[in-house]
Design a protein around this ligand. Structure first.
Ligand SMILES: NC(=O)c1ccc[n+]([C@@H]2O[C@H](COP(=O)([O-])OP(=O)(O)OC[C@H]3O[C@@H](n4cnc5c(N)ncnc54)[C@H](OP(=O)(O)O)[C@@H]3O)[C@@H](O)[C@H]2O)c1
Length: 217
């Protein structure tokens, strides 16, 4: 039987790092710590090595399509696919950050929604039979959904929402945030929240008939 493999995005620190630590202790197979920055990734590897754990490393910046396709090709070539993918990488502006809301919306949605979607697009075909994909969303996504206009809530809650429609709605939020019209358009003042609403709806939409497992914390 071929070696099993688990891949965790954004795992040089935080929750992703802890997931790698846990997988190293419990998963029977190779565990990949991935990081957009090789230096930060190596530092995390050394930290786990000092605990006697032995993950493997691959560079992966989910905002960089070339990085995603390079990693996907690597796992296909070396393992014939992926057994466990944890889409953990994400960003959140600090509450005190003074960056314009439109910028925060564009940057946050880029990573948490659009880039995570790119990961799913390129890695889902690699997931082996019986494999698992965990997408780390947030309870903030559910809370934000309840703060959207009735029209938006109706679409997000609709079972017939398509991926294209959802992508269009997420882009509409970014455009309206940049023009200062997101409130009039039915969106609340939280870019992080909207990004996680979008991620959860995306996973639910994709999960119809597949092996997706939406996870919130
Ligand atoms: N912490 C919470 O209370 C909480 C609650 C609910 C959900 N979440 C979700 O849990 C996940 C992890 O959160 P956390 O608290 O552990 O955050 P964190 O400590 O800030 O770690 C985020 C990780 O994602 C990486 N990352 C960011 N952009 C990336 C990109 N483009 N490509 C690859 N990696 C990237 C970061 O790398 P760098 O070090 O290079 O920046 C870092 O390793 C996120 O999706 C977050 O939204 C967290």
């Amino acid at each position: 039987m071929s070696t099993k493999v688990a891949v965790v995005t954004g795992s040089n620190k935080g929750i992703g790092f802890a997931i790698v630590r846990g997988l190293c202790k419990q998963f029977h197979g190779d565990v990949y710590l991935t990081s957009r920055d090789v230096g930060r990734g190596q530092a995390a590897m050394e930290s786990l090595a000092s605990e006697g754990l032995k993950p493997l490393f691959h560079q992966l910046d989910i905002n960089d399509l070339n990085s995603i396709t390079t990693a996907a090709a690597f796992f296909k070539e070396k393992y014939g696919g992926v057994d466990i993918l944890i889409n953990n990488a994400g960003i959140a502006f600090k509450v005190a950050d003074t960056a314009p809301f439109g910028t925060q919306a564009e940057v946050t949605l880029k990573t948490n929604f659009f880039a995570t979607r790119d990961m799913l697009t390129h890695f889902m075909p690699l997931i082996k039979a019986g494999g698992r994909v965990v997408n780390v969303s947030s309870f903030v996504g559910s809370r934000t959904l309840n703060q959207c206009s009735p029209e938006l809530q109706q679409r997000f809650r609709s079972e017939d929402i398509t991926e294209d429609e959802l992508v269009g709605l997420m882009q509409r939020f970014v455009d309206k945030a940049k023009s200062g019209e997101h409130n009039q358009d039915g969106w609340p003042d939280t870019a992080y929240g909207v990004s996680k609403t979008g991620l959860t709806v995306l996973v639910l939409e994709l999960s119809h008939g597949s092996h997706f497992c939406p996870v919130s914390n």
